[in-house]
Every structure is written in C-alpha cells, then in structure tokens.
Design a protein around this ligand. Structure first.
Ligand SMILES: *Cc1c(COP(=O)(O)O)cnc(C)c1O
Length: 420
C-alpha cells in the first residue's frame, strides 16, 4: 500500500475505491507483493537446487494458490482438504507435500491414495504405514531437532516439549522400523517454529539434518520448514533472507559434496510470502470517548483477525480516510462480545465515524483463521492483480451461517407450545 498526495493506493488502485466497490470488512491482497517475495527468496540462494513449497495454511484462497503455481512454487499442506484445494489450483500430486500432525490414519491413507508426498511425524505412524504398505510408500520424516529459538513460545515447534515431529534422539527406533519394513526414506524435514531472528537457528537445524542424513541412502530432499520472521512494525527484527541464503547455500553445498549427490533444498514459507501482501479493511462504527481512553470500534474483531488477541501480534493500522489528520491515541477494538483489542494506545491520524482503517500484514493467518463467532459472516477477499482489483471470495451471508443446520421438527412443536 502506497501513500502519495494523501491517497493510499495498491498497484495504483485507490484503496477507498476498493472499499467502496466491494464493501467492508474486506481482505485485500497485492499479487505484486507476493511475486516480489518469491523473487527475493529465489535470488538469495545460489548454487543449490532450491524448492519453495508455499505453506498453504497461511492463506488458502484458490486464486492465491494459482498465483503460487504460476510463480513456480510447490505447496505444503497440513490437511487433505488443503491438498484438494491445491489440486483444484492445478498442482500435481507430486508437488504437494503433506505434513500431518497426529492426524487420523484414514486421512493419511487418503493422502497416500492421492499420491501426495508425505512427511511422517511420529514413530507409531511410521510403523502403521510399514504394516499396511510395506516398503511401497516412500516417506519423508519430520524430525524434532530440539532447538529453542524465536521469541514467542506459542509459535515454537521444535523444542524438547513440543508435540511436533520425531525426536532426533530416537534415531535408532526410526532405523529399526525402516529396516523392518524395507521403507524408503526420501526426505528429512524440520520446521522449528515461526519467527526466527537469524540464520544461526536455521544452521543449527541444518546441522542436525546433515548429521542424520548419513542413516538414509535414498534421500532426495532436505526441508528446513519455515520460521522466516516478518517485520510487523518499524524497527522490528526480520529474517535477513540474503544472509540466510548465502550461509545455508554454502553449508548445503558442502553437505551434498559429502553425501555424494545433489539433493533438493526445500523451504516452506507461509507468512514470508503472503503476510505483507494482505490488508484487512474495516469501517469505523463508533468513536467513543471514555474518561481515560478513546475507543475506536470497528466492524470486525477476533472473528476476522485473531492474531492480535491470540499471539499478542502487532499490526500496523492506517487511517486510509484521513492520512493527514492530527494525531491522537486510540484503543482500536472490535464489535465482538469478548475483549477483542486490536491495538492499545495507538497513535493514529484523527479517527472519525465511517473512516476506513487498514490493518497491515494481514495476509497470513488472517482470513484462514477467521470464524463465524457471534454469527457474523466472514469478509470478502479481493486480489489486486496486474493493476486491477478482482473479487476472489464472496462475502458470506446469513445463508452461510445457516448452512448445515438441521431443522429438528420435534423441537418446532415444543417451541410452539412454549410460545403459547
Ligand atoms: C505453518 C507451517 C509452515 C509455515 O510457517 P510460516 O511461519 O507461516 O512461514 C511451514 N511448514 C509447516 C510444516 C507448517 O506447519
């Protein structure tokens, strides 16, 4: 989103006009930003066979998945339904990596039936696959390297008490199952959480996999997951991708030379690719002056963007309607019957009733974590592509809230009696 002459634009399109045309609340994504981020990632690695697998759960809109495919990424999914979306977006099964986490075996079997690549996250699952399929299904292994990095404990997934992955300390147990069934292990995977600050955390994880790789002669890829930190506000620390790329490329080349073959080097960024591309536009319903706070109440809440409430995440807020206004301090809150505070004591240009506000960095884990809490419909989604805004998901209506509910006639009669 650009500001020039007191107008906010995305690819030259006026943001207020987008709000006017498609209504509020509204998620708006800038395709150029996503393309730019893919380019940044690619150009940061040299001399290695890099594969980017977009982590679909960050933003699963079909048009976003199609955009990723056009840009030549593969895809990483955590459910069979995400895989179905990827297939609808045109991905081949072999481009889809499924990383379950305690999923039912029926779902694993479905994934195998669909021809997806599979990352096995537990020894019992490895055992079960061996029992049912013998050595006929090639698997990747999700390893828990027991590394603690990153700031927010809620988004760390690689530490010793984390539920994710097979402990690197269970190396002998893995080998026993693999040998018993003659299984082919084609990949090793780690995903140590979100929001790492520097290349060192990745390199620590890489060393664990490099070491472990000697147990498996059939490897095709090593996958370092994600955890790219994105700056949510000015001065925030973010992953220096150029530095990371240079260091990991060098380490990976040395590893491949020792292993005797060139393997694929995979990353699975979600947030890094789509966070900055997205904005949640909302309308200001009420500006309420209390004795010691001014509350801005918007037509959204934790039902549409839960990151501030769930992770204490900071999202920059822009007053799209009044960029040149005098600055004041506000608590920006939602309309849900919960304490759904987006921002406390935030400095903003004067906010007036019916102003349009934009939450920045709302592309990742925004819409994909949205709900119908308080029986509110979820917002529409718009993709700005090639200088034009396109509707890519309709706003929900009351019909969507009703869908799936069964009319229990025995209760209709009871309600009539009670209403007499
Ligand atoms: C969520 C997830 C990612 C993406 O994480 P980001 O922080 O959004 O980049 C990658 N790999 C796996 C296995 C995940 O579960």
């Amino acid at each position: 989103m650009q500001l020039a002459q007191n107008r906010y634009t995305i690819q030259g399109v006026d943001v207020l006009e987008i709000a006017e045309e498609f209504g509020l609340p509204l998620y708006v994504y800038d395709a150029d930003k996503i393309i730019e981020k893919i380019g940044v990632l690619r150009s940061s690695f040299t001399g290695v066979n890099l594969k980017i697998k977009y982590a679909a759960k960050a933003l699963t809109n079909l048009s976003i998945l199609k955009l990723m495919r056009m840009q030549g990424t593969d895809i990483e999914v955590v459910s069979v339904n995400e895989a179905r979306l990827a297939l609808l977006a045109g991905f081949e099964p072999a481009q889809i990596m499924f990383t379950p986490s305690g999923n039912a075996f029926a779902e694993i079997q479905e994934a195998i039936g669909m021809g997806l690549k599979l990352n096995v996250d537990s020894i019992p699952l490895l055992q079960q696959i061996g029992e049912v399929y013998g050595g006929s299904v090639a698997v990747g292994l999700r390893i828990n390297p027991h590394i603690t990095e990153g700031g927010n404990v809620k988004i760390q997934t690689g530490h010793v008490d984390s539920k994710f992955g097979i402990s690197v300390l269970q190396r002998a147990d893995i080998q026993a199952v693999v040998t018993q069934y003659g299984m082919s292990v084609i990949g090793l995977h780690i995903h140590t959480g979100s929001d790492f600050k520097n290349a060192d955390a990745f390199l620590k994880g890489a060393d664990v996999l490099f070491e472990l790789a000697s147990d498996f002669p059939d490897l095709q890829f090593l996958d370092f997951g994600s955890g790219f930190k994105v700056a949510y506000k000015e001065g925030d620390h973010f992953t220096d991708v150029a530095d990371l790329g240079a260091k990991v490329s060098a380490a990976f080349q040395a590893f491949c030379a020792g292993y005797g073959r060139e393997l694929e080097l995979c990353f699975e960024p979600g947030k890094f690719l789509v966070s900055e591309s997205g904005h949640l536009l909302v309308n200001v319903n009420v500006v309420k002056q209390n004795p010691n706070r001014t509350f801005v109440q918007v037509d959204s809440g934790l039902n549409h963007l839960i990151r501030p409430m769930m992770y204490d995440a900071w999202h920059d807020i822009v007053n799209v309607s009044n960029p040149a206004g005098d600055h004041h301090r506000y608590n920006v809150v939602g309309y849900i019957c919960e304490t759904d505070t987006f921002a406390t004591d935030r400095d903003l240009p004067e906010v007036r009733t019916n102003d349009v506000l934009a939450f920045k960095n709302a592309g990742a884990y925004g819409f994909s974590m949205a709900s119908n809490y308080n029986s509110r419909p979820r917002p529409a989604e718009v993709l700005v592509y090639d200088g034009k805004p396109y509707l890519v998901r309709q706003r929900e209506t009351f019909d969507d809230i009703l869908r799936g509910q069964v009319n229990l006639s025995v209760l209709n009669e009871a309600a009539t009696v009670a209403g007499e």
